[in-house]
Design a protein around this ligand. Structure first.
Ligand code: AMP
Ligand code: ZN
Length: 671
């Protein structure tokens, strides 16, 4: 027997615990870098002692060999679809049928969100994950075991009283992950995914599981089956059981005593659905008692004991009046459709993204056509199809020159995006300055589009480093700039020098380095200098940094223009190093917070969620026991009460700092 076994087992146990803390509970206890160290130690031991390698080891989540052909597998019991109800009347019809079929007995429902992803059946044997199958035609699905292994919220090993079981649920991609995937694809010149669902489905079926692993898919289960059947007496209980087994069960669910409560649940999510981190297309109601489910039975297509209540698609028909192009930070030209304004689900829409030329061709779109525009969540509205060609229509042509700087436009081979290649194109410069100024980046409050436009036009600012040599006289020379606002802007710029290293790295605008990667790099390298010196191989040692990202970072720091910029930022005195800090167990443990008003970027729902994930409590009213009041715009009586009781008042940024476990800056502490 190998002497490495105890250490290997301890490492696996430890890694599993941290994965659960991180991915399911959102409450990491160690930094990503420390996680990596443990992970690599395990990898090394397994490499040295292959006899100890088991398929449920945490190291099996990444790497793995590409799948050969696509295998299929049969389901233990059919994976059916759900009947739909599109309005209240149809819901009541469904309820009436249930009542009639059950006879004179009491029954109630479980209401869950209808996640817009793809369904997956995951099988476990002896508590180990062994197989994952997509729904397919309901009888047989695609075997996606290798890829599903990379989903962090799908536990590879489960402590369960039933040795063999099956979990069915939804694989989804959050909006945020979706936007990241698309941004990356866009800058890679690949076609973008139309929506998170397609992106989730595409990612789960990729040939390379290592890529799937980077897509941050999530699995949220809603059925627990043993031998193809539920084992508890109610659906609600099986959800609870799944949760205690370590699965990430959606906590946004409710027990409803009757159809009125179901309708109320559905209605209550209608407006809040945009605040969710993922997309939903309705609510699923299920008769809760399993015995009643069984007596209701199934049609050939769907269970008679469940219904999907669907939200109206938020789409409308309008006319494309013009197609323009926007120049992004990387110089990529994005065609934008200017629409005859139309109300879509309560919001007036007058532009929609067209992504790139290929997309326009795919749609068969010309200027003057009637189109269907769709809005989902807070993502930019999209043209989904041409409804009717315009009587007077004309095709769109990508301009040969940059609409902003007249520079040459190049569409590199294999790329879908056309780019302005002029490195000093004002449009590119403006976008990078705006990115640097963002609240989540360097937080240069007061530096918005209007100001950046003027700064660039007057050539006061030719790179982000020029922010730090701006003078009050220069600012005062600009339109609509008073002494007070000029001072405020300069103060914010000066304060930004203390912003953390991850923010600065994000602010540099290195292609493929966003908020998350910047955080990882700061933790792995500790300083700008160390990062700038790292070769591609060293860069790839960092978590989630693949060859493409590594190359991009390497190239960035080898470009003379950037070297000069970095040198100037250093001279200006920006934060150059990162202090490794073990994340607190739960930064808000024991604290009670009250939210009031509208925060600039966080929705009420997600602020609450993050506070709770960090161990804090959110209550509805301010009392002496309240530790902090988080106030946004239009805060009302709660804010006044907080002042009277002398309770600390936080803005969104301070809340985010607290959530990250940072100390509040001195100036923000009450006297
Ligand atoms: P549809 O695709 O419209 O036929 O709706 C059925 C699909 O809804 C199922 O196959 C699941 O993939 C999905 N679904 C999403 N959330 C749930 C849920 N909470 N319970 C059951 N099915 C769900
Ligand atoms: Zn240009």
């Amino acid at each position: 027997m190998s002497s490495a076994r105890p250490r290997v087992e301890a490492l696996r146990e430890e890694l599993r615990r941290h994965e659960h803390l991180y991915y399911v509970l959102d409450q990491p206890e160690i930094t990503d870098a420390e996680y990596d160290r443990l992970f690599r130690e395990l990898q090394a031991l397994e490499a040295a002692h292959p006899e100890l390698l088991t398929p449920d080891s945490p190291t099996m989540r990444v790497g793995g060999k590409p799948r050969e052909g696509v295998a299929t597998a049969a389901h233990s019991s059919p994976m059916l679809s759900l009947d739909n109800a599109l309005n209240e009347g149809e819901l009541r019809d469904f309820d009436r049928r249930v009542r009639e079929l059950l006879g004179a007995v009491e029954y109630n429902y479980t209401a869950e969100l209808k996640l817009d992803g793809l369904s997956l059946a995951a099988r476990y044997e002896n508590g180990r994950f062994v197989q994952a199958i997509t729904r397919g035609d309901g009888q047989t699905g695609e075997d996606v075991t290798v890829n599903a292994r990379t989903i962090r919220t799908l536990p590879l090993r489960v402590k369960s009283p039933y040795p063999n079981f099956e979990v069915r649920g939804e694989v989804i991609m959050t909006r945020r992950a979706f936007e990241q995937v698309n941004a990356e694809r866009e800058s890679d010149g690949l076609p973008v995914y139309a929506n998170p669902r397609n992106s989730a489905a595409g990612s789960l079926r990729l040939l390379d599981p290592a890529v799937t692993g980077k897509r941050r898919l999530e699995f949220l289960p809603y059925f627990l089956l043993v031998d193809g059947r539920p084992i508890f007496s109610s659906h609600w209980e099986s959800l609870d059981a799944l949760q205690s087994m370590g699965f990430k069960v959606n906590h946004r669910r409710e027990r409803c005593a009757n159809v009125d409560e179901l309708w109320a649940f559905f209605a209550s999510w209608e407006n809040r659905r945009d605040d969710l981190p993922y997309e939903i297309d309705g609510v699923v109601a299920k008769v809760d008692a399993i015995s009643q489910q069984e007596s209701l039975g199934w049609t050939a297509k769907a269970p008679r004991w469940a219904i999907a209540l669907k939200y109206q698609a938020r789409a409308a028909v309008t006319v494309v009046e013009e197609i323009g192009v926007q120049v992004g930070r990387t110089g990529a030209l994005t065609p934008v459709a200017f629409l005859k304004p139309v109300v879509v689900g309560g919001v007036t829409v007058s532009r929609a993204t067209l992504h790139n030329e290929d997309e326009i061709r795919r749609l068969g779109l010309e200027i003057g056509d009637s189109i269907v525009v769709e809005r989902s969540g807070d993502v930019i509205p999209k043209v989904v199809r041409v409804e009717a060609p315009g009587v007077e229509r004309r095709p769109f042509r990508m301009p040969a020159q940059c609409p902003v700087c007249d520079g040459p436009i190049v569409r590199a081979e294999g790329e879908v995006a056309a780019r302005c290649v002029n490195a000093s194109c004002p449009a590119r410069l403006k976008e990078s300055l705006l990115h640097f100024s963002r609240r989540s980046v360097m937080d240069l409050d007061g530096v918005g589009e209007a100001l950046v436009d003027q700064l660039v036009e007057r050539k006061y600012v030719n790179s982000i480093a020029d922010f730090y040599i701006l003078t009050e006289e220069q600012l005062l020379a600009l339109e609509r700039m008073g002494e007070k606002s000029a001072r405020k802007v300069l103060e914010n710029i000066a304060n930004s020098k203390q912003k953390s290293l991850p923010r600065l790295l994000n602010g540099l605008g290195i292609p493929f380095v966003g908020e998350r990667t910047a955080q990882i790099l700061a933790e792995a390298f500790g300083s700008v200098d160390a990062l700038a010196e790292a070769d591609e191989e060293a860069l790839q040692q960092a978590d989630e940094v693949g060859p493409k990202v590594a190359k991009s970072i390497y190239t960035y720091f080898r470009t003379p223009q950037n070297q000069e910029l970095v040198q100037r930022l250093k001279t200006a005195g920006l934060t150059w190093t990162h202090t490794l800090k073990v994340r607190e167990r739960a930064p808000l443990e024991g604290l009670t917070l009250v939210l009031t008003g509208t925060l600039p970027s966080l929705s009420r729902e997600s602020a609450k969620e993050q506070i709770e994930a960090a161990g804090g409590k959110v209550t509805g009213s301010v009392s002496k026991k309240t530790n902090y009041v988080v106030a946004g715009e239009d805060a009302g009586s709660k804010l006044e009460k907080a002042r009277t009781l002398e309770i600390k008042i936080l803005d969104e940024d301070e809340l985010l700092a607290l959530l990250r476990g940072e100390e509040l800056a001195k100036k923000n502490q009450p006297e």
